[in-house]
Design a protein around this ligand. Structure first.
Ligand SMILES: C[S@@+](CC[C@H](N)C(=O)[O-])C[C@H]1O[C@@H](n2cnc3c(N)ncnc32)[C@H](O)[C@@H]1O
Length: 194
């Protein structure tokens, strides 16, 4: 992650705090641990939700096999444009994960094997969390993997506890990581299997 993106990220946070949900991009350590938590055997189609300035994108591209499909879905046109320049080998879609089914259809993708999410779930209303997870279930295959993070400081809040319970409703297996102290703020991530 180049430092020049920190200012861009912060500016985007100031203009859309509820969508960006973080002051700074995730650290390379968090990105590495999340991406490495995926079992990449048999992963042919990968999605990234909310790539922002690409903290996870480079790590994902390093892991996927060259003949597999990878699509990143980003709400912010500014971030989407920056990503397309930074990762010309990736398919960057400027859109909303609520529309994942039609976005996948437009790209001839039926079922998805793995989703790496940078979405700020803790700042979303309950209805939006459900909407995004319902939409995800239309594309994520049975036993498909989903990895997402949350900030340690928020975990005791009711919203975080509700999100954890919601994950357990949608996925047959949910595992929480140990804290990643080298992120600002420190974070944990959930690895989930449908
Ligand atoms: C917390 S930032 C994470 C950025 C990056 N993944 C990272 O970890 O540094 C959340 C990102 O999700 C994007 N986002 C928020 N809601 C979204 C939605 N409904 N669909 C697609 N992207 C969304 C925001 O624009 C922002 O880029």
């Amino acid at each position: 992650m180049k430092n020049k993106y920190y200012a861009k990220f912060f500016r985007e946070f100031l203009s859309r705090p509820r969508a960006v949900g973080a002051l700074l991009p995730s650290s390379p350590q968090l990105a590495k641990r999340m991406v490495n938590s995926i079992d990449w055997n048999d992963v042919e189609v990968t999605l990234e939700y909310g790539p922002g300035t690409g903290a996870f994108t480079g790590q994902i591209i390093q892991q996927i096999s060259p003949d597999s499909r990878f699509l990143a879905i980003e709400l912010s046109p500014q971030f989407a444009q920056l990503l397309a320049t930074q990762f010309p080998q990736a398919t960057i879609c400027n859109g909303n994960v609520a529309d994942v089914e039609s976005i996948c259809a437009q790209h001839d993708i039926g079922q998805v094997d793995a989703i790496v999410s940078g979405l700020p779930w803790a700042v979303f209303h309950d209805q939006d969390q459900e909407r995004y997870l319902d939409a995800m279930m239309t594309v994520l295959r049975k036993r498909g993997q989903f990895v997402t993070f949350g900030y340690l400081q928020g975990l005791l809040l009711p919203a975080a506890r509700r999100f954890r319970r919601r994950l357990e409703k949608y996925f047959s297996n949910v595992e929480a990581s140990s804290p990643v102290w080298s992120n600002f703020p420190p974070a944990i991530y959930y690895h989930c299997r449908r």
